[in-house]
Structures are given as C-alpha cells and as structure tokens.
Design a protein around this ligand. Structure first.
Ligand SMILES: [Zn+2]
Length: 264
C-alpha cells in the first residue's frame, strides 16, 4: 500500500508523527527505565526519582518540559537525566524521517513499530547489558505481520518471508560462528547471546543484501563506540550500535546498494 498525498497533507502528517514520536520517546524511556528497575511498565504514575513527587501534565510534555525546566525537577531541583530529552528527540526525528522517506505506506508503519522496539531494547541494553527476548519476539511478529500486509498475493508474501528467513539464518548464524571463534581467541565471551539474536531478527527485515551493509555499519559504529567510551577490553553494550546500524540501513540502505550496483 502506498498513497500519494498532496504536499500540505504530507507535511501535516510529518509534523504529527514528530509529535507522536516525542510522546512515544517519553513512554519508551519511562518503560525501559521501569523494566530495568524491575517495576511494572504499565502501572504507577511517573514521579521524580529524587523527591518522589508525582509528575503533573506540565512536567510530562515531551521535549518542551525538559527545556522549560532546564533539565531539573520543578520541586526539588534534582537533575533529570538528559537521556529523557535525547530519547524523545531521537524517536520524534526517526518517526518524521521514516515518513519523509516512505510516505503514507505500510513500510512506514512497519519501520516505526520496529524502530520503537529497537530504541527500547537499546536503552535496556545500556543499563543492564541484556536484550529482552520479549522485544525481539515483538520485532519478529512485526516482520511476519507486515510480510502478510505488504504481500499482493501469496507469492509476494512467500518471497518476502523467504528473503527475510535467509537474512536471519545468514546473519544470526554468521554472528554465532564469529562470536564462537572470537570467544576462543579472546578467552572470554566476545558477544552476548542477545546481540546474536538481534542480528538474526534484523536479518529478517534487511534480507541478504542489505544485511551485509547492516553488519558493516554495526561493526564500524561498535568499534568507534567502544574506543570512544574507553571500554575496549570489557563487555560493551553492542545492542545500541546494532540498532543504530539497522535504522540507518533500513532508511537509506536500499539507495546505497542501488548506487553501488549502478557503479559496477
Ligand atoms: Zn524532585
């Protein structure tokens, strides 16, 4: 499904998606934080971690609250983690950018659902060094649901599923083999099981060709991040690097691949 809309309508939807992204970013940040603290994601009202005061509507407007309150609690003045603002802005930009590139289509919906889950699992991975299986299953379910929705007929649906499953096996299996070899060489665990499962799930979306680009970008981002954080030798949360690489690959990877093939 793709609908060609007048420019004004496209701009309006883009702005709405930016706002929705900011709200979702706020929710994802809060949900990930609660998950890491082993609290209920759905129940309980948001409150200041420092003074315990329940946050009101004024404190909860995404992006704007943080800027007006200058990153501090209105009551006790405790610093609000900048990661709140970063997540809200990031998700807002990703939603709007996805719409700008894919317009009013199922691809936009599919990627918005996937990218939201990737941001959530990145935040959890940063805090706990683990990637929740529930979010990986959610991503796989998104792939399966949209393979059905995209398909104009059974053949096309099967083609999508086949390309995805090949991507998952090649990149999930490939990373498993690489990590086993690296474990041997380094004498310690080189890559977490969650990272390998994440590669497999993203292989579904990227397929065989774009998966290669994803792998390349993830390695470059991972190496740069590990050096930048001064954490070359210890365990390092690779999930955010893989997720970032996946978002870049799925948004612009096809164009890069086409450009490259046109040069040959
Ligand atoms: Zn407070």
């Amino acid at each position: 499904m793709y609908m060609d809309l007048p420019l004004a309508v496209d701009i309006y939807i883009g702005i709405m998606l930016f706002v929705l992204g900011a709200v979702m970013g706020s929710f994802i940040n809060c949900a990930a934080d609660r998950y890491c603290r082993k609290q209920s994601v759905w129940r309980g009202r948001s409150h200041c971690d420092s003074c315990g005061a329940t946050l009101t509507v004024i404190d909860l407007v995404p992006i704007l609250s943080y800027m007006f309150l200058r990153g501090k609690c209105r009551r006790c003045g405790a610093k609000i983690p900048p990661r709140c603002l970063v997540t809200e802005l990031l998700v807002a930009i990703i939603y709007a950018l996805t719409y700008a590139l894919y317009g009013c289509s199922f691809v936009t919906l599919e990627y918005i659902a996937l990218f939201s889950a990737l941001i959530a699992l990145s935040l959890v991975d940063l805090d706990t060094m683990e990637i929740p299986d529930g979010l990986l299953l959610f991503c796989a379910a998104v792939f399966a649901a949209f393979a059905y929705l995209h398909g104009q007929g059974v053949d096309q649906m099967l083609d999508r599923l086949k390309d995805g499953v090949i991507g998952a096996v090649v990149y999930g299996g490939g990373m498993l083999i690489i990590s086993l070899i690296m474990d041997r060489i380094l004498g310690r665990e080189s890559m977490g099981g969650g990272d390998i499962k994440l590669f497999a799930v993203l292989g579904l979306f990227a397929g065989l060709v774009r998966g290669l680009l994803l792998l390349l970008i993830a390695c470059i981002v991972g190496i740069i991040s590990a050096y930048a954080s001064g954490n070359k030798n210890n365990a390092f949360p690779f999930g955010p690097c893989i997720s970032g690489a996946a978002i870049i690959t799925l948004l612009v990877g096809q164009q890069v691949v086409n450009q490259y093939l046109s040069l040959l």
